[in-house]
Every structure is written in C-alpha cells, then in structure tokens.
Design a protein around this ligand. Structure first.
Ligand code: ATP
Ligand code: MG
Length: 420
C-alpha cells in the first residue's frame, strides 16, 4: 500500500514550486522596501500562548488547533502570537523603539480541507510593534496592496474599526440587545457565540443570520473620540497614498486581540475562500503576553490562495533556473574525465549537469534540450585521446573544437569564458 500525505497537507512539487518562489521573492522585496527585517520562530509553542492571545472563545482555539494534550504544546495556528512571544523574550523593544518584522512559514489548523483551505497552510506575515500612529495602519495596508499589485492580483481592501476597551463594551451591550431581540432566528452557532463573543454574530456566514444582522448597529457610530480620530486619520493616510478601500461594519475578525483598525484583502475569484489576507491593530496584546505596554499592528497573507489566483492567470512568468552547460560524455574514460570537470564548473558558478548512466549521445542531447541547456560540451573517447572536445551553442547550433586541458580548474575557467 502506498502511503499518501495526510488530508489537508500538501506537497509543493517542481513545476508548482516556482510560483511559490515568485510569491516569496516578491514579498521579500516589498517587505525590505518598507524596511522590515525577517524573524523566524519555531512551529511548536506552549498552548497557553495561543489561548491567551487569540482567545479561548475563538474558532481557532476552540476547535482548530493541533495540540499535544499530554504536553500542553500546540503547532502554531498563526504567526502573530509567536512573533510577539519572541519580541518580548529577546527584548527587541529595547534594541529599537519601533520594530518592523516579517516572517514566512507554515501554520496549522484542523479545519475542513477544500480549495484554498488546508490544514497546513502558509502565511506571509508582517507586524509593526512600538507605534500607535494611524500612519502605520495606512502604511501597512498600502504595503499589502503594493505586494498584491506587484503579483498582478486584484483584490479589494475592506476595513473596519473595532474600537478599544473604552468604547467596545458599550457597543457590545447595544449589539447584544439587538441580537437578543432576534435570537430565535439565528443559527445555533450564533446563539452560542452571543454569550461568549457577540461581535462574531456580525460575521456569521449563514445567509439567514446575515439577513437578520443587516440592520445591526454599526460600531463605527459608537467609537470613542480617540478611536474615531484614529480611524479618520487612517482613512486620510490611505487617501494620501492613493489606496482604494471600503468600509465594512460587519468585519470583526476571528481573533480576540484586535483593537481599532481591522482589514481584509478580498478576492472575488476564489468562491467562499474570499480573504487572501487579513490583519489589524492589537494595542493590548504585547502587555497581555507579559511584555511592555507596546502597541502593534500586522497582517498575514495566505500563500495557498495567492498561488491559486496566480494559477488562474495565463502566462505568469517565473524564473526557473536553466542549465548553463551540459557535459555529455561517451564511454568510461570520458565519463571519468567529466565527473571532476563538472564539479570544477560548478565551483566556478555554472549550473552544470551530466548523465551518470552511460546513456547514448542522442539520449544525452535530449536531456540537454529538455533542461534548456545553453551549451553542451561533448566529450568523445577518440577526441579525448587527441586532446579535443566539442562545445555546442544550443541557441545558435554553432560548434567549436576546444582543447582539453589536463588541469580541471583551468579547463573550467576556459569553458566559463566561452559560455558567457
Ligand atoms: P477564513 O475566514 O478564510 O477562515 P481567517 O480569518 O481564519 O480566514 P486569518 O486567521 O486572518 O484567516 O489568516 C490570514 C489569512 O491566512 C487568511 O486571509 C487566508 O488567506 C489564510 N488562511 C487562513 N486559514 C487558512 C487555511 N486553513 N488554509 C489556507 N489559507 C488560510
Ligand atoms: Mg478561519
């Protein structure tokens, strides 16, 4: 019996991996333009880290985490909590008052696998810690928009404010009152959630619930003066940077740590997996995890969804490496000679290939063609004896005789010059 990968876990094989590299390289380029530094965290963390940050009454913590229950450790379901744990642990706030950090890697959630929804998926995550200025909210959304634009992916940016501990409880009460009046018409999940986290009723995907909350009070009309001013400035910032956005009063996000600005990048091309990225401000989170009183904001893009969108486009250019020189050898003596020469060529920096199976010249030329080799060095037994080899330029089909040098290093240098 063949052993297959687990349901919801996927291999990324050659042919597809080039798109992943393109997405990742583009992200690294954009993140560095915005002066972000990379940070890498482990995949396993103490379960408590996620319970305390994401929140006990969230889908992620309630039912999506991969937890080793006998050890109280969990495979990270998202990056922000781990990143802040590392930020606090290494005193990064002391080194620099404002830290701009990004990380790229796999996350794990036990949910129903479908197109654009896996159990191991990958996020590109950017966070700014140490500043509460609304400028950074605008800047980080503009960065996400720039990255998606650079990839040729069309999205809309939706935004909301969730207020702060000063204004959210008042809104929560008002919303709860509204919900209680319609409780019997809501789905079971919403009924349950109205007790733990009534704001989440606003983003229930059930069409009946959606209809019921259509007229729900808007948090934007219940913000305190500070949150209101912050939100106004965030929008001004987006306008200054020419970033299109719309307001969505139903967006509450599935993580408890958000305050003030929340946002999502939405696509129309992936069915119900519409969010390609999401994020928001979390001004109380660092303190909650035992760190200094430091505000923060960040977002994560889902790589699988970006790849699906790229695959739906035609002619997406990727830079897959092609072979600089294929060394074709005929017979044992030539093959013996070729083996260390290939190594020397690689030391000189050339992408070099050879066949180790003693196949025919025809077969080796086929392999060279398939690899889009730029040059082929043909080493025949007789030619070798006469100190000769043939170098073929595959683009022009031109062939030239070249002298064999007994020193591999010199031979490689001479080939390097001719293959430029
Ligand atoms: P969704 O509503 O689709 O479940 P989410 O709100 O749970 O998304 P976040 O926790 O905000 O997602 O994660 C940020 C991004 O990571 C999402 O916008 C999405 O692109 C991606 N993502 C989240 N969960 C998955 C998953 N199981 N498989 C693939 N991508 C995912
Ligand atoms: Mg989810």
């Amino acid at each position: 019996m063949k052993i297959k990968a687990l349901n919801g876990f996927k291999d990324i094989v050659p042919g597809e991996v080039e798109l992943w590299q393109k997405v990742e390289n583009t992200a690294r380029d954009i993140f560095s333009r915005f002066n972000f530094s990379e940070i890498r965290m482990p995949i396993l963390e103490k379960t408590d880290l996620f319970a305390r940050s994401i929140g006990e009454a969230t889908d992620i913590v309630e039912k999506e985490m991969y937890t080793f229950i006998d050890k109280q450790i969990t495979m990270r379901p998202e990056a922000t909590a781990s990143l802040i744990r590392a930020y606090i642990q290494h005193g990064l706030h002391v080194q620099k008052p404002v830290q701009r950090l990004f990380t790229i890697g796999p996350m794990f959630r036990h949910e129903r696998p479908q197109k654009g929804r896996l159990r191991q998926f990958h996020q590109m995550d950017a966070e700014v810690l140490g500043t509460a200025t609304p400028r950074v909210d605008s800047e980080i959304m503009a960065m996400g928009a720039m990255l998606l634009q650079e990839l040729g992916i069309t999205v809309s940016l939706e935004m909301n404010s969730l207020g702060c501990p000063a204004c959210r409880p008042g809104f929560r009460e008002k919303l709860l009152h509204f919900i209680e009046e319609r409780m019997d018409k809501l789905c079971d999940n919403c009924k349950r959630r109205s007790k733990t986290n009534p704001l989440r009723v606003l983003d229930c995907k059930n069409p009946r619930c959606r209809e019921e909350v259509e007229e729900a009070p808007s948090i934007l009309e219940h913000l305190c003066a500070d949150c209101d001013e912050h939100f106004t400035q965030v929008q001004k910032g987006l306008q200054d940077l020419d970033v299109q956005y719309s307001l969505n009063k139903f967006m509450v996000r599935g993580l408890d740590y958000y305050t003030r600005t929340t946002f999502e990048f939405i696509t129309e091309d992936l069915g119900s997996q519409a969010a390609v990225g999401a994020g928001g401000r979390y001004d109380g989170l660092v303190e909650k995890l035992g760190g200094p009183k430091v505000p923060g904001i960040g977002f994560a893009l889902g790589m699988e969804r970006l790849i699906l969108l790229l695959q739906q486009q035609e002619d997406v250019e990727t830079d897959s490496a092609t072979v600089d020189i294929f060394v074709a050898s005929l017979g044992d003596t030539a093959s013996e000679f070729a083996f260390p020469l290939v190594h020397a060529l690689r030391q000189k920096g050339l992408l070099t290939a050879m066949d180790h199976e003693g196949r025919s010249l025809k077969s080796q030329m086929k392999q060279a063609n398939k690899a889009s080799a730029k040059f082929v060095l043909i080493l025949g037994e007789n030619e070798l004896e006469q100190g000769q080899a043939v170098l073929k330029n595959m683009a022009t089909q031109e062939q030239q005789d070249i002298a064999i040098l007994s020193d591999n290093n010199e031979m490689a240098s001479s080939l390097l010059e001719r293959c430029q």
